[in-house]
Design a protein around this ligand. Structure first.
Ligand code: HEM
Length: 225
């Protein structure tokens, strides 16, 4: 245990921890995006999918057991990611302005500068998003068990569309820079791989942002109703 802690206490150990916990979130965001695409198939398909998540693993597991284990894993990954990010920030402030090598790409530069505040914005978005679409606390017309209705009525308001759109841009920048630097932290680099690093990071970020933005836009323009 003490060896694990002494590895974690180095800046490389913290970056590695951030890369692994971040990768769990990247996978979740991609799977979540594919799941949400079912909204284009109509209310029955989407509600069936949402109910399927709650009953996943039955009859071997009880109702919602898998969902709660999954939630516990995500919360653990989020806490670890935030803690390691906060400690890394403190270390680099103490070392005064340790930054990645400067690159000429403006989007990359901007994404790297916004990792901390973008991360805080994303954290606040996740809290808002759960209170909006999972518990319904911040949803004006929430119907428990009718995920399609909550989805569609939830995006009929301009402020909500603005919140989601800003959050998706923050998510895109975070994913872009996070994926790029995770490759380096995990030691996945070298002349051949480096050529693919940027397009992979940019591709993942762009696909997630564009597909996720399509949901509020589709509701707002009446494509989904
Ligand atoms: C426009 C983009 C998004 C849409 C339309 C969307 C939609 C939804 C919906 C409908 C639910 C409720 C599912 C249910 O209770 O049956 C949900 C839950 C959730 N979403 Fe999203 N989501 C989006 C983006 C995100 C992003 C970017 C993240 C993470 C960074 C995220 C994290 C979560 C989490 C953690 C839950 C709670 C899952 C649970 O424990 O039940 N979502 N989302």
């Amino acid at each position: 245990m003490s060896r694990v802690y002494s590895l974690y206490s180095t800046s490389v150990g913290k970056k590695f921890t951030m890369a692994v916990s971040g990768a769990i979130f990247v996978l979740f965001v991609i799977v979540h995006m594919f799941g949400n695409l079912k909204v284009y198939l109509g209310p029955e398909a989407f509600n069936h999918y949402a109910e399927g998540l709650r009953g996943f693993g039955e009859p071997f597991l009880g109702h919602e057991w898998f969902l709660w284990a999954f939630r516990a894993g995500l919360i653990a990954a989020l806490l670890i990611h935030v803690l390691a990010a906060w400690q890394t920030s403190r270390q680099s402030w103490a070392a005064r302005g340790h930054k990645y090598r400067k690159r000429d790409n403006l989007v990359f530069h901007y994404a790297s500068r916004t990792m901390r505040w973008g991360g805080v914005a994303l954290f606040l978005f996740i809290v808002y998003h759960i209170l909006h679409l999972t518990t319904g606390t911040l949803h004006p017309d929430f119907v428990p068990g009718d995920a399609y209705h909550n989805f569609v009525t939830g995006f009929r308001s301009v402020p909500v569309v603005v919140i989601y759109s800003v959050a998706m841009i923050a998510l895109g920048l975070h994913l872009y820079h996070g994926t790029w630097s995770a490759f380096q932290t995990m030691g996945v680099d070298g002349p051949r791989i480096n050529r693919w690093r940027e397009p992979i990071a940019l591709g993942v970020a762009l696909i997630v942002v564009l597909v996720n933005l399509s949901f509020p836009v589709a509701v707002y323009t009446g494509i989904i109703h």
